[in-house]
Write a protein that binds this ligand. Sequence first.
Ligand SMILES: Nc1nc2c(ncn2[C@@H]2O[C@H](COP(=O)(O)OP(=O)(O)OP(=O)(O)O)[C@@H](O)[C@H]2O)c(=O)[nH]1
Length: 271
Amino acid sequence: MSRVGVLVMGPAGAGKSTFCNSIISHMQTIGRRAHIVNLDPAAEPNKYEFTVDIRDLISLEDVMEELDLGPNGALVYCFEYLMKNLDWLDEEIGDYNDEYLIFDCPGQIELYTHIPILPNIVRHLQQHLNFSLCATYLMESTFIVDNSKFFSGSLAAMSAMILLELPHINILSKMDLVKDDYSRRKLKKFLNPDPMLLISESNKNMNPKFYRLNNAIAHLVDDFGMIQYLPLESKNPESVATIISYIDDVTQWGESQEAKEPNDQIDIEEL
Ligand SMILES: Nc1nc2c(ncn2[C@@H]2O[C@H](COP(=O)(O)OP(=O)(O)OP(=O)(O)O)[C@@H](O)[C@H]2O)c(=O)[nH]1
């Protein structure tokens, strides 16, 4: 069997590291071997030890200091450096066969929009290291309680989907923080969204230019037709297990399971 890799992506603070840790803790419970590969050169100390850590190759702090770069420029430099030293990654990942590797990615959004570095790393993992990969993209549910923020977040998620061309799961994280009924009902609409319905509900009193921008993005999301989300509460083991079962489906880990229709089986109220 090839190895399974899960890319955990999303903007800063979306809950990526917490989700990685929850996956590890779930895997420990069910007796599956899993490891975190830290791809964030500015990562903080983590609950679980990183099995592979980009900071052993290069650290953001050193690059900022030595090359006098800001954090974003330094991050791009770190990834370009990683691209030139992929043999380091090969060696570190080495013999982790039949195991589950979780790639915790940095939160800089440009990595998922226009810089071609992540796609190159993805191709390397697939073609050189024989990984079966799944991308997850986390978006914090509390940020997107209004339609405009939902559209802009979905644009970023869509951009990651197009850039990476991987089996992809979009996730609304920190669902436990959304407590009032109105917001929960609203978020339910976002799980399997109808962009044209959402834009028709938008406040017509908004600035006309802003409305036209939202309308244009809504049409893009609608044309693309593949934006859906799964809800996640990282501290709820059942919620984490559900997401892992979808990852297993797309990476074909273990015995093939019956295909599931996302969101037909998950309801916010069930969380
Ligand atoms: N209530 C709640 N808090 C969460 C959840 N997931 C993450 N958090 C909190 O959100 C904050 C940010 O979480 P991280 O996991 O560090 O987010 P990240 O995306 O890795 O952040 P960066 O590495 O800075 O990009 C932390 O304080 C977490 O405890 C969740 O499901 N529910």
